[in-house]
Design a protein around this ligand. Structure first.
Ligand code: DQA
Length: 140
């Protein structure tokens, strides 16, 4: 099984960025845990701060990956283009948010991208990525 993890804007700063909300662990550190936890799954990772680059990567993943774990960052709350892309591809996408977006500022409560996804996991910190992979495994 081949899964792609995509992180959107500012998630390259995990570990340093608002640690009281997002924690002190960098994504590279957590990726090592994921690789150990899921030895039978081929995991690829992509991060970009650019909406178009995220869309290009999602489109290119179609037909190659069995599932995608996507944390779109703030694009979740703004990007109809990413939501359309998720609907346009046939790979199941699970959205992850480290923080519980339903309990934060009003402008974070709606995720346009999650509405296009197979599932959305929020508020579980880095463990959300683990759960998303598990979900995709059962989906597959
Ligand atoms: C986030 C939540 C978003 O609202 C925010 O813009 C982020 C991180 C999360 O993982 O909790 O960049 O996606």
């Amino acid at each position: 099984m081949h899964i792609l993890i995509i992180n959107g804007p500012n998630l390259n700063l995990l570990g340093k960025r608002e640690p009281e909300i997002y924690g002190k662990v960098s994504f590279d550190e957590h990726l090592k845990n994921l690789v150990q936890q899921f030895p039978n799954i081929q995991l690829d990772y992509f991060q970009s701060n650019h909406e178009g680059a995220l869309i290009d990567k999602l489109q290119a993943a179609d037909g190659i990956y069995n599932g995608i774990v996507l944390n779109p960052g703030a694009y979740a709350h703004t990007s109809i283009a990413i939501a359309d892309c998720i609907r346009a591809i046939s790979v199941p996408v699970v959205e992850v948010h480290l923080s519980d977006i339903s309990k934060r500022e009003n402008y974070r409560r709606r995720s346009y991208t999650a509405e296009a996804c197979a599932s959305c996991i929020t508020g579980k910190g880095m463990k959300g990525y683990d759960e998303a992979i598990q979900f995709l495994t059962s989906f597959h």
